[in-house]
Design a protein around this ligand. Structure first.
Ligand SMILES: Cc1ncc(COP(=O)(O)O)c(C=O)c1O
Length: 388
């Protein structure tokens, strides 16, 4: 039976006017064959959000809940997030330790500013989510890229150890599930990080925004849940925004896993919390409580899209089918083009992906799989044809 998402068309998406379908030249642009461009860059899904989320936004409008955040709404969000994380990831967090922020980016900025010594650099495994490469610099901090090992992508513990020692950094940004490689790190891999971080008296900013999006029976392991030591040096940030597709509603959550950080956050976190959107809090609460069935359906659908990628030969392109997230990493270095492979596929196939260079992974491309399957199929067929 066809899935309702199968009815999503590129024309309808373009008419919707999202950034994904209007930005990066996608709106109104055509490829070398005169075909409309397919927006496969920014990390949001083409799928309409869950019914309970849309209902919560409508209810906010009906009741004019556009005022400042009430404590009771924050408490409801924290309880809903805690229950979801306990049920889904087997990590029990005191809801008092879950605080609202507008987004994960704001949580990172607050962590750098309030939880690391002034002027210290920030370590970032690469390839990485694009803005993380530049945010430390905007705060007057050096960003130290630490290349992941490859085939398969993995955190390079020795390289992290050396980078901590050489730079004097006190913060590792650990994205899991990982954007853009799609890795879902195992408990053993995460445990390997803890000793290194501890040895350098450092902290971890655990970006777990993609936590619900894992495949093939993998279950997300929250880094702070792996040991008391990890809990004591970690600030976790998450959001319903990726899994339920509501990044514009501006609500994320910070999870504080030790008393000292919770106390510091209550002193310093005010500004970070302040721009959280009330409708976003109400919608995120609805997602965690009433959106689980929708999420499971989306995961099944995305899994079908992963299969589609796996089954499409793209000669010369190294394809990493994601273990988690809906972002696939494609390595085009072996194509030996005299331009970035993303530019080649934008022109020759009309598929607009994130250029790997923007992730500190030159030669690579980040392909967003979260489209209606016929649109994804067309994108992949065009790419295969471009390779000739
Ligand atoms: C790994 C990762 N972290 C953070 C973000 C940004 O999240 P937010 O919109 O909550 O700042 C994204 C968005 O794509 C992401 O993929």
């Amino acid at each position: 039976m066809p899935h309702p998402f199968d009815a999503l068309t590129a024309d309808a998406m373009r008419a919707g006017g999202s950034w994904k379908w209007s930005g990066s030249g996608v709106g109104g642009g055509v490829d070398a064959h005169g075909r409309g461009l397919i927006g496969a860059f920014v990390a949001e899904m083409d799928f309409p959000t869950a019914g309970p989320v849309a209902d919560a936004v409508r209810a906010s409008a009906d009741a004019s809940r556009f005022g400042y955040l009430a404590d009771a709404w924050v408490a409801d969000l924290a309880a809903a997030c805690a229950a979801f994380w306990a049920d889904r990831f087997n990590w029990s967090v005191d809801p008092e330790r879950i605080r609202p922020v507008p987004d994960v980016m704001t949580a990172l900025v607050a962590t750098i500013e309030h939880f690391t010594p002034p002027g210290t650099p920030v370590l970032l495994p690469t390839p990485a989510y694009m803005p993380f490469l530049t945010v430390p610099g905007r705060l007057g901090r050096e960003m130290v890229p630490v290349p992941m090992s490859r085939d398969p992508f993995a955190l390079d513990v020795d390289a992290l150890d050396a980078a901590f020692a050489a730079s004097g950094s006190r913060l590792l940004v650990l994205t899991n599930p990982h954007n853009p490689t799609g890795r879902v790190f195992t408990a053993d891999e995460l445990a390997g990080i803890t000793a290194v971080v501890e040895r350098h008296g450092a902290r971890v900013f655990a970006d777990e925004i993609h936590a619900p999006l894992t495949f093939d029976g993998r279950v997300h392991v929250p880094y702070a849940s792996t040991s008391d030591t990890a809990a004591a040096h970690t600030i976790t940030a998450t959001s319903a925004s990726k899994a339920w597709n509501l990044p514009g509603l501006k609500c994320g959550q910070v999870i504080l896993s030790n008393a000292a950080d919770a106390a510091r956050w209550s002193e310093r976190g005010y500004l970070a919390e302040h721009s959280t959107a009330t409708p976003g809090v109400l919608a995120s609460t609805a997602a965690y409580v009433h959106g689980r069935e929708w999420l499971d359906d989306v995961l099944t659908y995305l899994d079908g899209n992963r299969a589609r990628l796996r089954d499409t030969p793209l000669p010369g392109v190294g394809v990493t089918v994601p273990e988690g997230t809906y972002l696939a990493w494609l390595d085009g270095t072996a194509l030996d083009l005299d331009e970035p492979p993303s530019a080649f596929f934008a022109r020759e196939a009309g598929v607009v992906m994130t250029d790997g260079a923007a992730c500190a992974g030159p030669g690579g491309m980040r392909l967003n799989l979260a489209m209606g399957r016929p649109v994804l199929a067309e994108a992949l067929e065009r790419m295969a044809a471009a390779l000739g």
